[in-house]
Design a protein around this ligand. Structure first.
Ligand SMILES: O=C(O)CCC(=O)C(=O)O
Ligand SMILES: [Fe+2]
Length: 292
């Protein structure tokens, strides 16, 4: 079974319907090849300076370059892409809000074997989330063409509906082949892996992922993006990076201050809950109780 491809003008609802069904979907040509080349040019010095991975899962012929919000203005636009944020909002609607989980170029070099097939949500210490309860919405933007030969991401379609901690063979998976500028969207419960690169050139993708804001972020945005850069970023991006409270009170600073006040004192507010007032939190609790 192949993955569904959607056109760049698709809606978040269509994308989410495919993700809920198959665990993943490809949206074609969201950026033009020239636009993606401009992103790649901005990232090149950072990728060049990155060391290869230290273990098999990271990939000994693979470079993983992070901190993209700090390092690349063009990646900020990818982080904030309306289609992706729309899909993440819908897929993760089981929580009050979602946040940026990680930003990482994954550059798989020639000769790299395939990665072990896994669920990204295993990052949460293998906690067995209930079936159908999605905690992540993930993207890999193709910085180069993704082909079966050069290590396109391998996906086991529909495996988001299967049991946890399963082992798959590569033959159970399909290659998420796509053109440069396209994006693969997938959830945290679908089984997948980086493919083996049997070509002579590097396969590069930009992995930008989002998770529920009551979970820990894989990439620490507060330390990856220096405060002097954070101060210059759009408020919506700052909130996505975690400069907001998750649910009613998670992540407040000292005297119940909203974390955004620390980087943007001009946005000073008082008390908890700009995203979720106490009344809304109580209402949500009642609804949850009633649904039991
Ligand atoms: O690079 C890829 O195609 C996927 C890598 C991956 O799934 C991971 O590192 O978690
Ligand atoms: Fe993964």
């Amino acid at each position: 079974m192949a993955l569904q491809h959607l056109p760049a003008n698709t809606t978040a609802d269509e994308a989410v319907a495919a993700i809920r069904r198959d665990g993943a979907v490809i949206v074609d040509n969201v950026l033009s090849p020239a636009e993606m080349d401009a992103v790649a040019a901005e990232l090149k010095p950072w990728i060049d300076a990155t060391a290869f991975g230290q273990d098999e899962f990271s990939g000994r012929r693979t470079k993983r370059t992070g901190g993209l919000v700090a390092r690349s203005a063009k990646c900020r636009a990818l982080v904030m892409h309306p289609l992706v944020l729309g899909a993440a909002k819908k897929l993760l609607e089981n929580a009050t809000s979602f946040q940026l989980h990680l930003t990482q170029v994954i550059a798989i070099g020639p000769g790299e074997p395939a990665q072990a097939i896994h669920r990204d949500q295993w990052a949460f210490d293998f906690f067995p989330f209930p079936a159908g309860f999605e905690v992540q919405c993930n993207t890999i933007w193709a910085m180069t063409d993704f082909t079966e030969e050069n290590g396109a991401t391998r996906v086991v379609p529909g495996s988001n509906h299967l049991a946890d901690k399963l082992r798959f063979k590569l033959e159970d998976s399909v290659a998420a082949e796509m053109r440069k500028g396209s994006v693969l969207l997938y959830n945290g419960s679908v089984y997948h892996a980086g493919g083996a690169n049997r070509s002579g050139a590097t396969r590069a993708g930009i992995n930008i992922t989002y998770n529920l804001s009551w979970l820990r972020q894989e990439e620490n945005q507060y330390l990856s993006v220096p405060p002097e850069i954070a101060r210059t970023l759009p408020v919506e991006l700052l909130k996505l990076m975690g400069y907001r409270r998750g649910a009613y009170s998670l992540g407040y600073v000292d005297d119940l201050r909203d974390p955004i006040e620390v980087v943007r004192p001009d946005l000073k507010r008082s008390g908890l809950g700009d995203d979720l007032t106490l009344t809304q939190a109580q209402q949500k609790m009642k609804e949850t109780e009633a649904a039991k």
